[in-house]
Design a protein around this ligand. Structure first.
Ligand SMILES: *[C@@H]1O[C@H](CO)[C@@H](O)[C@H](O)[C@H]1NC(C)=O
Ligand SMILES: *[C@@H]1O[C@H](CO)[C@@H](O)[C@H](O)[C@H]1NC(C)=O
Ligand SMILES: *[C@@H]1O[C@H](CO)[C@@H](O)[C@H](O)[C@H]1NC(C)=O
Length: 199
């Protein structure tokens, strides 16, 4: 019984050590590509500029490729190798800017730009990393116009109230001024009377 228990304990220890080593090896794998997509879901309105933001890291030189997939099909947007070449497809020529960290900016989006954006980071002799960003594009819809109309009505009401208030202020100021001038004339006559008495 005893030797059996001892061997089992040893095997557990050996297993744990192996696991730790494996984990360490996985963390230190040289040449691995990693890709972070901080915002995998973007809501945009028509004519907006959007940043498809990613951040990749790898040891060697990487090639980055962006593709757009929607119900109209798959389109290659851009492919570039950092410090080497940038190949933007003609459809996107004037609308795309590439960044060092693998991100791209897409200007003046339309309804057709909605869909999935796939990014692939390819290392020269290594692994690939993939990322996806979903972009929703909304039209400036009636609800927004409704909101604008309500805002205008509200502003009009506020200005009307302000005008009334100013009118009232003006009126009361006039009344006040009249009263004070009355008082002033009264007090000056009193003073004059006092002076004459002193004399
Ligand atoms: C985009 O809109 C959807 C629903 O309209 C919402 O669930 C989601 O959180 C929004 N995403 C962002 C990044 O605002
Ligand atoms: C990538 O670079 C762009 C431009 O410098 C920056 O706006 C964006 O935040 C970066 N993305 C990430 C995930 O760091
Ligand atoms: C750029 O893209 C076009 C079409 O995808 C391709 O024919 C061409 O070979 C590419 N150029 C480079 C330098 O990769």
């Amino acid at each position: 019984m005893r030797p059996l228990r001892g061997s089992r304990g040893r095997s557990v220890v050996v297993g744990t050590v192996t696991l730790c080593l494996a984990a360490g090896w996985a963390l230190q794998t040289p040449g691995g590509v990693s890709l972070v997509v901080p915002q995998p879901n973007i809501n945009a309105t028509v004519a907006q500029n959007i940043l498809l933001s990613v951040e990749y890291s790898c040891q060697g030189v990487a090639t980055i490729e962006w593709k757009h997939v929607s119900s109209w099909g798959t389109t290659s947007i851009v492919e570039w190798r950092s410090g080497n070449y940038v190949n933007i497809s003609t459809v996107y020529k004037d609308r795309v800017t590439t960044f060092e960290n693998g991100s791209i900016q897409l200007r003046n989006v339309g309804m057709r730009d909605a869909g999935y954006y796939f990014v692939t980071v390819m290392e020269e002799h290594g692994t690939n990393a993939y990322g996806t960003i979903i972009v929703n594009v909304y039209e400036i819809i009636y609800e927004d116009l409704h909101f604008v109309a309500v805002l205008f009505a509200f502003l009009a009401a506020v200005s009307a109230i302000l005008i009334c208030f100013m009118w009232l202020c003006n009126k009361s100021l006039h009344l006040f001024q009249k009263k004070t001038t009355h008082k002033l004339t009264a007090s000056t006559t009193e003073e004059i009377e006092l002076e004459t008495i002193e004399c």
